[in-house]
Design a protein around this ligand. Structure first.
Ligand code: TYM
Length: 351
């Protein structure tokens, strides 16, 4: 197995990122590590299973940004990931800008990706809105860089939230077309990656609007719980979260037309690891006056230790620089053979 995933270092890590993606990264890291140890004990190679997690700083320049803020946010996001449990000794943790093969492979894949495919991407439509002509070329080509991110490493599994699934389907289409056009069936250049979306937290929604996803680009800070929020802020945000006047139902079907209630129950279920049914078995018939404080406490318990580690780590610039440099060196080494194979397949002459 080869697991690869990324996160944009823009703004703070929020609860949607954590429950939708990062927690799954940590889980997969731990499982693969156990698998590697079992394999080594059985006399096999321990290098077969590997996780790579990266900060998508190259993606971050697809929209207007402040260079100094991007630099600080990249280091902060590295600290946040380590605080969440990504262990740089067991996973390869790096930022794209230190691994030029990502940008190189994107260019090579630009010859295969089709304008029509990119034009259909929901994220492109959402972010460009009515002003397509005024957007950067990078925003349009964004999913090709994302395809390069995963195809570079012969990735088999990509843990992401629901919103990234479409980009990964595109990565598969690009890989498939490239293999068809430039490689033989016996020796494909790229592996087709599978997205892994957690069923219980695929889409965490805004606390202010159950129809919008929780997002770092939402103007209202009350719409999301940030990793760095203290206990009082978390409790306040949950208490102020939009809800309806009805008590909670006893069964999941009763949440069908109640997006805000469904979101809060989903968050509780995902944070505790209990299913939605179990949460409703406990809180069915209760009003939000009882449920919200319980949810707030669960989140304080879940995020508190992470926030404490994060605050400590983000001061330690030297350690963070060293982690990213070491990760990038390893990623450059791991991506080399696939990048070479892509150049060769395209008939490009290099030294
Ligand atoms: P980004 O930075 O927006 O989000 C990082 C991860 O968090 C998940 N996520 C959510 N999950 C559930 N509910 C939410 N409200 C929520 N908001 C965010 C995202 O699905 C994602 O898994 N394009 C990517 C970064 C990227 C990438 C890649 C991911 C670049 N290259 C290659 C995977 C593989 C992005 O902007 O994610």
């Amino acid at each position: 197995m080869r697991v690869v995933s990324g996160i944009q270092p823009t703004g703070n890590l929020h609860l949607g990122n954590y429950l939708g993606a990062i927690r799954n990264w940590v889980r997969m890291q731990d499982e693969m590590d156990a698998g590697n140890r079992a394999q080594a004990a059985a006399g096999g190679s321990a290098e077969k299973n590997q996780c790579l997690f990266f900060l998508a700083d190259l993606h971050a320049i697809s929209q207007p940004h402040d260079p100094a803020e991007l630099k600080a946010a990249t280091l902060e996001m590295a600290a946040a990931l380590v605080a969440c449990g990504i262990d740089p000794a067991r996973s390869v943790l790096f930022n794209q800008a230190q691994v030029p093969a990502h940008a190189e492979l994107q260019w090579l894949l630009n010859g295969t990706a089709r304008m029509g495919w990119l034009g259909r991407m929901t994220q492109w439509k959402d972010k460009s809105g009515k002003n397509r002509e005024g957007q950067s070329v990078a925003l349009f080509g964004y999913p090709v860089l994302q395809a390069a991110d995963v195809l570079l490493y012969q990735t088999t599994h990509v843990p992401v939230g629901e919103d990234q699934k479409q980009h990964l389907e595109l990565a598969r289409d690009i890989a498939q077309k490239f293999n068809n056009d430039f490689a033989s069936d016996e020796a494909p250049v790229f592996t087709l990656p599978d997205p892994i979306v957690p069923p219980e937290a695929a889409r965490i929604m805004s606390l202010r609007d159950g129809a919008r996803k929780m997002s770092k680009s939402d103007e209202s800070d009350m719409s999301r719980i940030n990793l760095a929020d203290d206990a009082d802020t978390i409790m306040k945000k949950i208490k102020k979260a939009k809800t309806d006047p009805e008590p909670l139902p006893s069964e999941a079907a009763g949440l069908a037309d109640r997006p805000e209630a469904l979101n809060l129950v989903t968050i509780y279920a995902a944070a505790t690891g209990h299913g939605v049914d179990a949460v409703l078995a406990e809180f069915g018939g209760e009003g939000f006056g009882k449920f919200k404080p319980a949810l707030g406490e669960v989140l304080v318990e879940t995020l508190g230790p992470i926030a404490a580690r994060f605050r400590e780590l983000k001061q330690d610039r030297e350690t963070l620089d060293a982690i990213l440099a070491r990760g990038a060196a390893k990623a450059r080494e791991m991506g080399g053979p696939t990048l070479d194979a892509a150049y060769r397949a395209l008939g490009l002459v290099r030294g």
